[in-house]
Design a protein. Sequence first.
Length: 178
Amino acid sequence: MTPPARRLADALTVSRAFLGLPLLLALGAGQAGWGWGLLLLGGFSDWADGWLARRAGGGSVWGARLDPLTDKILVCAPLLWLAREGSLPLWAVWLLLARELLISGWRAGQASGAPASAAGKAKTVLQFAALLLLLWPPGWPLASGLRSLGWWLFWPSLLLALSSAAGYLRGPQPASSA
């Protein structure tokens, strides 16, 4: 029987996939606060489903494969909107999206779904932080400074994304015999 915590973790993963479209619609309709809240909710659900899966003794193989894809849906929506608005250069967003598609395809071909590396997890946290700051609604306190900070955090998140992709594709390195 599947532990209830694992079922809840999988349900959170699935629900996160459905946040991308409302997030994009909220941003497109000028509802920055709603968009920001949906992204925050998605980030929280990502943390919560991982915590629940670990509490249940590990996630399901299905959840391990679906989790990174739902993360991509959630992250792609604001990235594309920020590129459309000119807040981020389109070439940087396309480079990041290409990385995400490449690694998602690579992970799908792995028997275990290829668990996220430490660098991949750090990239996700930094990326969410950068996006939350970039999407900070203009009417909220400290908007200009926080949005600027988000712009500056985006660049290390992009470098970490590319570096972690190289690590995934390179695979585990054999231990040195020396």
